[in-house]
Design a protein around this ligand. Structure first.
Ligand SMILES: [Zn+2]
Length: 191
């Protein structure tokens, strides 16, 4: 049985923070009670994405700084076998240079929903420099009815709203269905 002191060494929002996955869901709570819960949960999701980034870029070292809750968006991608996806932006600090960078991450529920990450796996994580596009959920850009073939635009995301910044479309796999996610206001939490 682990001692109390050992349990306390796990940082809230780190990749090892399994407790956050099992806290009773807080739907219906007042917003001021929900915010700390989601900040901790999405800090963990960002750290999961950073772990993927570090595997792909072993010479770089970043430390999580901040995630704003309205820069996280969850959606269903009906075209894919594992449909639950999340796109998010967060800020991390380059340990060597001291520079802050904006990241984009895509996570997908590939595993069992009852595992230590509620089934989520980071499948993309990239630094966004000047080369980025907002999501296109709210824009009606195909008013003339000239849709791309198979209603699929591999360059852009139609699940997220404009405030979520995306790298070039080949980096992430979900969100490319021009008509796949409904229209209207975004439903994400607003800070
Ligand atoms: Zn997106």
């Amino acid at each position: 049985m682990p001692s109390k002191s050992l349990e306390k060494e796990i940082e809230e929002g780190s990749v090892d923070d399994t407790e956050i996955e099992y806290i009773e869901r807080v739907y219906g709570w007042p917003i001021e009670k929900q915010l700390p819960f989601y900040r901790r949960l999405y800090k963990k999701r960002a750290n999961m994405a950073l772990a993927l980034y570090h595997r792909n870029h072993p010479d770089e070292q970043y430390q999580f700084l901040q995630v704003r809750l309205n820069e996280v968006y969850s959606f269903i991608e009906y075209r894919l076998k594992d449909p639950d996806h999340m796109h998010m932006n967060f800020v991390a600090l380059n340990i060597k240079t001291g520079l802050e960078k904006l990241f984009f991450a895509e996570l997908c529920m590939l595993n069992d929903v009852y595992d230590a990450n509620s089934g989520f796996v980071a499948i993309a994580c990239e630094i966004i420099d000047g080369n980025c596009e907002g999501g296109r959920r709210i824009k009606c850009i195909y008013k003339d009815g000239k849709f791309p073939p198979d209603y699929y635009d591999g360059q852009n995301c139609y699940a997220c709203g404009e405030k979520i910044r995306h790298p070039p479309g080949a980096v992430y796999r979900a969100g490319h269905d021009v008509l796949g996610y409904g229209v209207g206001e975004e439903e994400s939490l607003v800070e």
